[in-house]
Write a new protein. Structure first.
Length: 240
């Protein structure tokens, strides 16, 4: 087998693995009217985005330029879709189902052993065409510096729902999950429920503790102060 043949075999294998994670993604289009099979569209979008595409127009242009290359993986009997067709196809997809497939694929690439995943909330203030700021809760793989999944929420108060939903999408067994003060503006009951969910998914957690949780904050501060004093006393005795 030549070098080119080995490269082709590797590309075919990786493409097959990627598409395998999307086998159960529903295609809501009428079967007899499907001009562009979903597997081909997904593969086109993946390769285009990896090549720097940011819009449907970019993806369509990539498809036109790289059609012969794309046909090494799929037939693309009708060529590649225009930017309008790409938008229409994506509009029919179940966003939550797509995200589950995508998160599973990404997790298979990076692995999760001894990993730290940070749950973080951000406000996108300059959302194109949006009348109000968009709030997004993300799961970020710290070592790989890769976003594993995101959940969009209408307002920051809805993080109470977004965090558990995002956790459900992730395979976090054996992982350390961190949640910053963003998530800890929730009520005590919600905090405990999220912590319990992380434990139920066989992961560990590191959670931010805010001053407004006065009783718990005071207890932890006292414990830390006592441990610091004991460490100082023990070190001082050993040095004497």
């Amino acid at each position: 087998m030549t070098g080119w043949e080995r490269e082709d075999a590797g590309l075919f294998e990786e493409a097959g693995v990627f598409l395998g994670y999307f086998e159960d993604l529903p295609d809501a289009r009428q079967v007899g009217k499907v001009r562009y099979p979903l597997t081909g569209v997904l593969l086109l979008c993946l390769l285009a985005v990896l090549s720097g595409a940011e819009t449907f127009t970019d993806i369509a242009n990539f498809g036109n330029r790289k059609l012969s290359f794309l046909r090494r993986f799929r037939r693309f009997a009708s060529g590649t879709p225009s930017h309008d067709h790409l938008g229409d196809i994506h509009a029919t997809l179940d966003a939550e189902a797509f995200q589950r497939c995508f998160v599973a694929w990404v997790a298979s690439l990076i692995g999760v052993a001894t990993e730290v995943i940070a749950i973080d909330g951000k406000t996108v203030r300059r959302s194109q065409g949006a009348k109000a700021a968009i709030h997004i809760v993300s799961a970020f793989a710290a070592r790989q510096r890769l976003v594993l999944g995101q959940v969009r929420v209408a307002e920051k108060a809805n993080e109470i729902v977004a965090i558990p939903n995002l956790l459900k999408m992730l395979a976090i067994e054996g992982v350390i999950v961190t949640i910053d003060a963003m998530g800890w503006g929730l009520s005590g009951a919600c905090q405990r429920a999220i912590a319990q969910q992380i434990v139920d998914q066989k992961a560990d957690y590191v959670l931010a503790l805010k001053v407004n949780q006065s009783a718990l904050h005071d207890d932890v501060s006292l414990f830390a102060t006592e441990q610091k004093a004991r460490h100082y006393a023990r070190h001082h005795d050993q040095s004497a």
